[in-house]
Design a binder for this molecule. Structure first.
Ligand code: GLN
Length: 558
């Protein structure tokens, strides 16, 4: 049977939630028992989003195979059962680097290499390959129609409706229907114009998903249907809801699953949404709150911490608690007086990060959490700052630091392995200064857990698999001092053959005389879903709630 393709484009404005919508449709189709895959076409020239600032692009989501992906991949994995890989993302950068490479290798000898057909054929072939073995592939086209750079993608998906896939492609366009207060009306004109742009690219949408504040009236839907030449049943009103977990059932309640499955020749399939209903029920029955401080430097860009925020929410659901997150700017924390803001919190989380800005503030926070017995979860950089703090204030190495922040510090407790100590030269090649990206440890790795530790208690397993994204490691040469203190446990470690040498890497640390202080080098947030929250987050939220009860905290909402 031929694979079906659903293409999702966006119009009018960006940030309409195309990723969540695509993920929700995937969830619906999976709930119809179809085998679904997802992919994203990104028009930017970066080869992958790994080098784009979180301010511009939100978090970098890491897949199991170590791909630095767009944050939409996070929604895809949290909403569906599909595991994304580097293959599921095609960027203009990837296409051009491959085509140019082919050209230099004489692949197209004699031909003039052009956008049509060379680039478009490349894209089509790529999309077709991704579909092998699946019933349906959802293909999200990044950007907004009308952008110059998305033209080759639109042309390619148009061409997909020719030939053997003729009746097996479905085009969804997500648009905005704004409400004008002073005339008390929803305005459909931007949607009409957006569809015109799509038509000028040769694509007639089969379905319009209209974003609006409130549900669109029957009349508005009929008008959009008439002017945009789309069946009335395929005009879906995606209005604001309290929780993103309500979106799959909202779409289903308007017949999206039946319409698409019928159109694509699967007979009329209706999604069974019990597991989503359960999540909505759980969310609505929450009565108590827990207050977590998230200390980072991009607090005005919450998308930079999307997976962390989702993982906290998921753990809240599991514990029947609503997790209220107080985003705290690490740069503003300069001395003890600034830490007053932490006193009303039930738990503190320091997420991953790069660069020195705000690091000293994070070190102060780690100290505060350690000394005041507040539950602390450190992730990646959050583990590194906890270790620096411990080395400075418990072990007394006042110059302890990471070589990322102080390359010549006298106690480099966090450093790249070529900076650890002896044998420096062996690794120099891999850390060439010319290469700005340097070496980065990426993707899923095995971590062994040590018995009789909190981490072992939480995971209840001898080993775990978690995702990584970092350059620096705890310095093995300075490890004995850390262990000697008797106050810190290394409760998780990995063993790796790195450049022909076997190394142990510190993966999890915990404080012995503290109710709940765990920090890990990996990123647990990427593997949490609303259906299966992550054990570390679960346990952290539970401990934070216990802290709240024990300390009788009244909390000022922020
Ligand atoms: N900057 C640190 C490193 O590269 C931590 C990275 C992270 O938190 N993801 O090791």
């Amino acid at each position: 049977m031929l694979t079906r393709y659903i293409f999702i484009t966006g119009g009018v404005v960006s940030s309409l939630g195309k990723g969540i919508t695509t993920a929700s449709i995937a969830a619906l189709l999976e709930a119809c028992n179809l085998k679904v895959n997802l992919m994203k076409l990104d028009p930017y020239i970066n080869v992958d989003p790994g080098t784009i600032s979180p301010k511009q692009h939100g978090e970098v989501y890491i897949t199991e195979d170590g791909y630095e992906a767009d944050l939409d991949f996070g929604y895809y994995e949290r909403f569906s059962n599909v595991k994304m890989t580097s293959l599921n993302n095609l960027t203009t950068g990837k296409i051009y680097s491959e085509i140019l490479n082919n050209e230099r290798n004489g692949f197209y000898l004699g031909e003039t290499v052009q956008i049509v057909p060379h680039i478009t054929n490349f894209i089509k072939k790529y999309i077709i390959n991704i579909g092998k073995g699946y019933d349906v592939v959802l293909v999200e086209v990044g950007g907004t129609v009308g952008d110059i750079e998305s033209l080759p993608f639109l042309e390619s998906i148009r061409q997909m409706s020719l030939g053997k896939f003729k009746n097996y492609v479905f085009y969804i366009h997500l648009t905005l229907v704004p409400y004008l207060k002073y005339v008390n009306e929803y305005k459909t004109k931007p949607t009409q114009h957006s569809v015109k742009i799509l038509l000028s690219n040769g694509i007639q949408p089969d379905m319009l998903i209209c974003r609006s504040d409130y549900k669109l009236s029957y009349k508005d839907c009929c008008k959009i249907s008439l002017f945009c030449n789309v069946s009335r049943k395929a005009i879906i009103s995606l209005y604001n809801v309290n929780s993103i977990y309500e979106i799959p059932s909202l779409l289903s309640s308007q017949g999206l699953d039946i319409y698409i499955s019928n159109y694509l020749g699967f007979k009329k399939l209706k999604a069974k949404l019990c597991k989503w209903d359960k999540i909505i029920y759980l969310e609505k029955s929450i009565k108590e709150e827990v207050f977590i401080g998230l200390v980072g430097k991009y607090i005005n860009y919450p998308d930079s911490y999307k997976s962390v925020l989702e993982a906290l929410k998921n753990a809240g659901l599991k514990n029947n608690l609503s997790v209220k997150v107080n985003m705290i700017s690490s740069q503003k924390l300069k001395n003890l007086g600034d830490l007053k803001i932490l006193s009303s919190l039930n738990g503190i989380l320091i997420p991953g990060g790069f660069g020195y800005r705000g690091v000293e503030g994070k070190i102060l926070v780690a100290k505060y959490a350690r000394e005041n017995n507040i539950p602390y979860l450190g992730i990646c950089l959050g583990m590194q700052v906890a270790i620096i703090e411990f080395s400075r204030n418990v072990l007394g190495f006042t110059d302890a630091n990471s070589t990322e922040f102080s390359p010549n510090c006298s106690y480099p407790i966090i450093a790249m392995i070529n900076e650890w100590g002896e044998n420096k030269r062996d690794y120099d090649y891999f850390f060439s200064k010319k290469n700005k990206m340097g070496y980065m440890r990426l993707g899923l790795e095995k971590c062994f857990l040590v018995k009789n530790t909190l981490a072992y208690d939480i995971y209840k397993s001898n080993f775990i698999l978690e995702r990584h994204r970092h350059k620096y490691e705890v310095n093995n040469f300075l490890l004995p001092e850390l262990k000697k203190s008797g106050e810190l446990n290394i409760s998780g470690f990995s063993i790796r053959n790195t450049y022909n040498k076997l190394f142990n890497f510190v993966e999890i640390i915990e404080l012995i005389n503290h109710p709940w202080f765990i920090a890990c080098q990996f990123h647990p947030e990427f593997s949490s879903t609303p259906f299966l929250s992550h054990p570390l987050f679960d346990s952290f939220i539970k401990a934070s709630y216990t802290y709240k009860l024990n300390n009788n905290l009244t909390v000022n909402k922020v």
